[in-house]
Design a binder for this molecule. Sequence first.
Ligand code: SF4
Ligand code: SF4
Length: 66
Amino acid sequence: MSAFILEKLCRGCKHCVNSCPEGAITMLSHLAVVDPAKCVECEACMEACMHGAITFVEMGESKRNG
Ligand code: SF4
Ligand code: SF4
């Protein structure tokens, strides 16, 4: 599990990039992208994002029905 960017909610403000102590977040075009290999799940980025665009999900579990 690592931080996961909800692309539809990301505004490209880069606050999460600056908040990440591991340098795990980079900007790809106007979207934030998390490198799961670097993420330590500290949740700092989630707190920094004021658009609610960051969540934590198990891989492959983001499209559950219901
Ligand atoms: S802080 Fe949130 S809205 Fe801003 S770039 Fe990061 S994920 Fe996108
Ligand atoms: S949870 Fe922590 S280590 Fe992972 S991307 Fe967010 S700020 Fe970086």
